[in-house]
Design a protein around this ligand. Structure first.
Ligand SMILES: Cc1cc2nc3c(=O)[nH]c(=O)nc-3n(C[C@H](O)[C@H](O)[C@H](O)COP(=O)(O)O)c2cc1C
Length: 168
């Protein structure tokens, strides 16, 4: 497997912690972790395998650092790359905009000729609306540390097992 670049934006540490758990599950030798606050388009383009993660703030907005980084994603040549998405949100307090940030990243990747993997079931969540939901599934891994933190380890591990085969 070629090295996977894991890029995350996190304000209070939850998405950072999930990114670290994903890295542990994939193995440190197979991955390189980037805080998007300090990352560039060139950092992104060096990997054929990418995992991108953001939390959602405001009402359905990207986390601040990721909001800045999205322009780098839009400008980058990602054709032929394999990309998986994840993010943190709060399905009780922000039921109408749950993990919308994941959906915003997904939207920015449309037309970029990359292969987006790692869709997950919405079963077990109780939100009413999400930009991350497309055709009845989440377009990536949705984590809710605020209300379902006890499920995080299990969700991360099942997701990593599922995406491993997609990364060549
Ligand atoms: C002011 C505020 C706005 C938020 N807005 C949303 C939102 O629109 N949708 C959502 O799913 N979560 C929302 N959240 C929840 C955060 O995304 C959640 O706490 C997340 O775990 C934070 O991750 P981070 O520490 O990596 O930034 C919001 C939280 C706060 C405090």
């Amino acid at each position: 497997m070629k090295t996977i670049g894991i890029f995350y934006g996190s304000s209070s540490g939850n998405t950072e912690s999930v990114a670290q758990q994903i890295q542990q599950a994939l193995g440190e030798d197979n991955t390189k972790l980037f805080d998007v606050a300090k990352a560039s388009k060139a950092d992104l383009e060096q990997f054929d395998n990418l995992i991108l993660g953001t939390s959602t703030w405001g009402f359905g907005d990207l986390q601040d650092d990721f909001d800045g980084f999205i322009k780098q994603i839009e400008a980058a040549d990602l054709s032929g790359k394999t990309v998986a998405l994840f993010g943190c949100g709060d399905q009780e307090s922000y039921s109408d905009t749950f993990v919308d940030g994941i959906g915003l990243i997904w939207q920015s990747l449309q037309g970029k000729s990359c292969n987006i993997v790692g869709q997950t079931s919405t079963e077990g969540y109780s939100h009413s609306n999400s930009q991350a939901e497309v055709d009845g599934s989440f377009v990536g891994l949705a984590i809710d540390e605020n209300n379902q933190g006890d499920l995080t380890a299990e969700r991360v591990s099942a997701w990593v097992e599922a995406i491993k085969a997609d990364f060549k």
